[in-house]
Ligand binder design. Structure first.
Ligand SMILES: [Mg+2]
Length: 414
C-alpha cells in the first residue's frame, strides 16, 4: 500500500461567540486545515491541523513530494521523514507530522478493519469524560448576546453547559482580566457547583508571586490542578515548592526532552497530552507510559478541534490506563462540524469512542464545501490579537489586563 495523493482544504467553522484567552481571542470561528491522504488501494485517511487562525494548505502541498509513494503503515519512519529532530531546527513540522499521522493511522485502521484504539492497545473505556472548558466571551457581533464577563454571567453560562452536556468538571480559561478579578470569578463557580471538580488556566501569564497569591486563594476548593500559572519549568518548580495543589501544563512539557527534564527535576505534576503538539496520537501514548512509570498525572489537552481531531483525542483517551482527569475540548463551542452525522453528542459529560474502522469519522463533503467557502469569504484571523485592543500584546509576566467593566461589542465580520 502506497500513498498516492495528499490534499488539504481550509475551512472556517463558526463558534457560538468570540472566546477570549490570555494571548488574544478566537474571533468567533475556528480556521482548520483538513488533510486527506489517499492510497493506491483507494483508502482515504483524514487529518486536521490548526494554525492560529490561518490556513496551512500550502504546507501540505509542499509535503506531497515527500509522501507520495511512501507506505502509510511505516509510522516511525514517517516521524523521521517529516520531523527529524535535528532537521526540524530549520522547519519545525511537529504539528504537520501529527496531521499526517492521524491520516495514516486512519488508513491503517481501515485497511485492518479495526478502530485506531485497537491499534494502540485496545479500549479501556467506551466513552471519555470531558470538562466544560469555560471562556470569557465577547458578545456575538450579530446580536450582542452571549457575553461572559462577570461572575454572574459565568455561573449562568456554566449552568447552561452543565445542563445541556452533563459536565461535572469545569475548566475556566483565564489570563484575560486582572488575577484578583478572575479569582473572584473562579470562586463564584466553585460556590455554584460545590460538588464538581474545577481547574483554571491563565496561559502562563502570571509572575511567580501572582501565581502564589492565586494558588493560595483557591487551596480550599475542589481543584484538579492549576494549569500553566507561570511560564517555564523553573517558574513552575519555584511555585510548586510553595503551594499545596498540583500543577499541570500543556506548554512547558510538550516533548520527550522536556518530559525527561521534568522527571529529573520535577516542576509539573500533570502533563496535558495534545495529539497535535506532541506530533500525533502515538507519541502521546508513549508519553503517557512514561508518566505512568514516574507517577505523573496525565490528561487530554485540546488545542481547538473539529470532529477529525476530536476523534484522535477520543482514541487516545480510550487507551490510557492512567487517565484519571476529564479531558478538555473546545468542541462544544462550535456551531457545526464537517463530519458525517453532524457534531458528536455528549452524554453525561462524555463522548463515545468511535468503534468504526480507523478514526471512525468521515467527511461530509457538503459541509466541507460550505465551510471552505466561509473561509474564502472571511479569510484568516490573528489568534494572538484582541479585536477590541488593537496594538495590544501580553508580556510574560503580564500586566496589560483587559478591563472587566468594558462591555463593548466587537465588529468581527461573521
Ligand atoms: Mg492550557
Amino acid at each position: 500500500m502506497k500513498i498516492s495523493d495528499v490534499r488539504a482544504t481550509t475551512v472556517t467553522v463558526p463558534l457560538e461567540a468570540p472566546l477570549r484567552h490570555g494571548n488574544g481571542c478566537h474571533w468567533g470561528r475556528f480556521v482548520r486545515t483538513v488533510v486527506e491522504v489517499e492510497t493506491d488501494t483507494g483508502l482515504v485517511g483524514l487529518g486536521e491541523m490548526g494554525g492560529g487562525g490561518e490556513s496551512s494548505e500550502a504546507v501540505f502541498r509542499g509535503l506531497k513530494s515527500y509522501l507520495v509513494g511512501r507506505d502509510p503503515r511505516r509510522l516511525e519512519e514517517l516521524r523521521f521523514l517529516i520531523a527529524n529532530p535535528t532537521a526540524s531546527l530549520y522547519n519545525n513540522r511537529t504539528q504537520i507530522l501529527a496531521a499526517i499521522e492521524f491520516a495514516c493511522l486512519d488508513i491503517v485502521g481501515q485497511a485492518w478493519g479495526v478502530p485506531i484504539s485497537e491499534i494502540l492497545g485496545g479500549r479501556l473505556r467506551d466513552a471519555v469524560p470531558f470538562a466544560t472548558y469555560l471562556f470569557f466571551r465577547y458578545p456575538r457581533p450579530q446580536d450582542g448576546a452571549g457575553e461572559v464577563r462577570t461572575p454572574e454571567q459565568l455561573v449562568e453560562y456554566a449552568r447552561r453547559e452543565k445542563g445541556e452536556f452533563g459536565f461535572t468538571t469545569h475548566k475556566l480559561k483565564g489570563g484575560v482580566f486582572p488575577p484578583a478579578y478572575e479569582l473572584e470569578c473562579y470562586r463564584a463557580l466553585a460556590a455554584a457547583f460545590p460538588r464538581d471538580q474545577l481547574r483554571f488556566d491563565p496561559n502562563c501569564l502570571w509572575s511567580v508571586e501572582e501565581g502564589l497569591r492565586f494558588a493560595r486563594g483557591i487551596e480550599d476548593l475542589n481543584n484538579d490542578y492549576l494549569e500553566d500559572p507561570v511560564f517555564g519549568l523553573n517558574g513552575m518548580r519555584w511555585l510548586r515548592q510553595k503551594i499545596r495543589l498540583p500543577l499541570a501544563t500543556n506548554t512547558v512539557v510538550v516533548n520527550f526532552e522536556q518530559l525527561a527534564a521534568n522527571v529529573l527535576h520535577p516542576a509539573v505534576d500533570v502533563i496535558l497530552l495534545d495529539t497535535t503538539f506532541w506530533g500525533g496520537i502515538r507519541p502521546c501514548v508513549k508519553a503517557a507510559s512514561l508518566c505512568e512509570a514516574f507517577q505523573l498525572g496525565i490528561s487530554v489537552h485540546s488545542s481547538g478541534e473539529l470532529g477529525i481531531q476530536l476523534a484522535t483525542m477520543l482514541h487516545l483517551g480510550a487507551v490510557l490506563p492512567n487517565l484519571t482527569f476529564a479531558a478538555d475540548a473546545h468542541y462544544h463551542h462550535l456551531t457545526d462540524d464537517i463530519i458525517e452525522g453532524g457534531k458528536l453528542r455528549y452524554q453525561d459529560g462524555s463522548l463515545r469512542v468511535p468503534t468504526e474502522p480507523g478514526l471512525g469519522v468521515k467527511l461530509n463533503r457538503q459541509k466541507l464545501a460550505e465551510y471552505r467557502e466561509l473561509y474564502r469569504r472571511l479569510g484568516p484571523y490573528p489568534y494572538d490579537q484582541d479585536p477590541l485592543r488593537p496594538g495590544w500584546t501580553p508580556t510574560i509576566p503580564n500586566t496589560r489586563w483587559a478591563d472587566p467593566h468594558d462591555a463593548r461589542v466587537t465588529k468581527i465580520p461573521v
